[in-house]
Design a protein around this ligand. Sequence first.
Ligand SMILES: Nc1ncnc2c1ncn2[C@@H]1O[C@H](COP(=O)(O)OP(=O)(O)O)[C@@H](O)[C@H]1O
Ligand SMILES: [Mg+2]
Length: 249
Amino acid sequence: MTSLTQPFLSVDALHKAFVLHGQGGMTLEVMRDLHLTLSPGECLVLSGPSGIGKSTLLKMLHGSYRVTGGALHLHFEDGELSLGDLPAHAWHTLRRDVIGYVSQFLRVIPRVPAVEVVMEPLLARGVDTADARVRAETLLARLNLPERLWRLPPGTFSGGEQQRVNIARGFIAEHPLLLLDEPTASLDAANREVVIELIQEAKARGAALLGIFHDEEVRDRVADRLLPLTPHMGVALGAAPFAGKEGVS
Ligand SMILES: Nc1ncnc2c1ncn2[C@@H]1O[C@H](COP(=O)(O)OP(=O)(O)O)[C@@H](O)[C@H]1O
Ligand SMILES: [Mg+2]
């Protein structure tokens, strides 16, 4: 894989339906005919009411939810990669090297200290442990996580503290594509400002970002474009309540 092209990501006629096994196999159609493109150095912000399918789109782009129609492509100078039907081992490599994701909530792994949670994406790429630790500590300090917490597992941290660990983990490896699911939702103004800076730095180094931000000020300061999801593309409003759980890998 070589340099990124313009656009780097394209989404064409994307369709998503969940099969609700707990409801006798009923189908819940969440997305129909969604199109978007995203270029290096650009931040596209998804908007629209709760339940319209914003997080679902990010999860499809991260390989946690299956695509049920249409196409997702990453474009590299030496060719394009279709994400719709990738085998699991290819997702592992893509998540390590290309697609970073800041989920809405940190997935807590018992007994792993915060600093190691943040270092892990660098270690996976073979970065030296001492270097990875310094970079993780630098990010945790920037995000004002008190030093006394760095060596503790984040399981008992407050929501905002866990979110900062999650953000540091998501930004540390400088992925070319970053998916951000409400990364500032439980942060105070000072830490929101740090996240805005991290996003601007990622754009400046040429990363492509796709994000969800409820805070209008944050949205206005980071977004190059807005993509409002409407019931035309996201049709979940008024549909059956969430009943099944799709495997998250
Ligand atoms: N794993 C799942 N199984 C079944 N339905 C789901 C699943 N994940 C999300 N949904 C449904 O898809 C719709 C869109 O959800 P989501 O993408 O989380 O919305 P948003 O992020 O825009 O608030 C909702 O109706 C939600 O209940
Ligand atoms: Mg969501």
